[in-house]
Design a protein around this ligand. Structure first.
Ligand code: PLP
Length: 297
């Protein structure tokens, strides 16, 4: 019997164990990073905001002129079926559309049959328990995030060379992760996360030149219910260094405090009160039927 407990994938209409999941070498998804993807998650056996993730995925495919033979309900069904197959309660659920393979010798993307695949693995954390408890040490990278004029970051994409080099730079300097900048040196996003800075009762989270994270959207909704002023504008490096609180958000871990930036303490150097509150509220939403659906295993 196949063991799906370490993960499962849906490829070419079939469910396979994650270790057996493969795509053809000639697919432009691999050769050209010509792909889009999305990552949802389940927590305690419930899918979190699954329709918002699927909607973003469909938007990304439309912007890239990709199409697949599955509608929203079918994608949803494939995701639920895969999770059920693994039996995982806390899981990371990725859906992918690659360009596919053009006719031999052709460079015409219109000839490609786009390929849909999905996989489920155990939940993935950007920061482990210890890091989340003490807060991350974030480095402002010299690396510039690919400009939105070149690759639209609202399309979730695999153009990660800038992010990977920024991670090397951060690790070389003893930091835990990196945030990339734009041409002006303002903060954008990091490998798999958006950023927030609190100064007094104003919270800034850059919106231009970044993926519009579902976690970021959730946190903005939570903050709008509080007496906080939200600024979706620029976050300069100086403003980030002077913040009372800094935190990052991702499907892979929720809301995570940053307590050092470029080696300097943020605020009093401890995770702040806002990040604590938001973390509790964020995970509580995972049990709220308005935000999550139960999976019948
Ligand atoms: C580049 C980038 N920015 C931001 C995020 C955070 O988005 P979400 O909250 O939807 O996971 C991700 C998630 O992987 C990402 O890859």
């Amino acid at each position: 019997m196949t063991d799906f407990s370490k993960g499962a994938a849906f490829i070419e209409g079939e469910q396979v164990a994650i270790a057996d999941a493969k795509i053809p070498l000639m697919d432009w998804g691999f050769l050209h990073s010509d792909a889009t993807y999305d990552v949802a998650h389940t927590w305690k056996g419930r899918f979190f905001r699954v329709d918002e993730y699927i909607e973003r995925f469909e938007d990304s495919m439309a912007k890239l002129r990709m199409s697949i033979p599955y509608d929203r309900d079918q994608i949803r069904q494939i995701m639920f079926d895969l999770v059920r197959l693994t039996g995982l309660r806390d899981s990371y659920v990725e859906i992918v559309c690659t360009r596919g393979i053009p006719a031999p010798g052709s460079r015409d993307p219109r000839q490609c049959r786009n390929r849909f695949l999905a996989f489920v693995v155990p939940f993935v954390w950007i920061a482990n328990d210890e890091l989340r408890a003490r807060g991350l040490n974030l480095m402002i990278s010299k690396q510039q995030r690919i400009p939105p004029e070149s690759v639209d970051p609202t399309i979730k994409n695999y153009h990660w060379l800038d992010m990977v080099m920024a991670l090397f730079e951060a690790y070389d300097h003893g930091a835990d992760t990196a945030i990339l900048v734009d041409a002006r040196g303002d903060l954008t996003e990091g490998p798999g996360f958006n950023i927030f800075a609190r100064h007094g009762d104003t919270v800034t989270s850059p919106e231009h030149g970044v993926l519009h994270g579902v976690t970021r959207m959730t946190l903005l909704e939570l903050m709008e219910r509080q007496n906080l002023r939200i600024n979706r504008g620029r976050l300069t490096a100086d403003a980030a260094r002077a913040a009372d609180e800094l935190f990052i958000t991702s499907t892979a871990g929720g809301v995570m405090p940053v307590t050092r930036i470029d080696g300097h303490q943020v605020g009093d150097g401890k995770p702040g009160t806002l990040v604590h509150t938001l973390n509790d509220e964020y995970w509580a939403l995972h049990e709220d039927p308005e935000y999550s659906v139960e999976i019948e295993y």
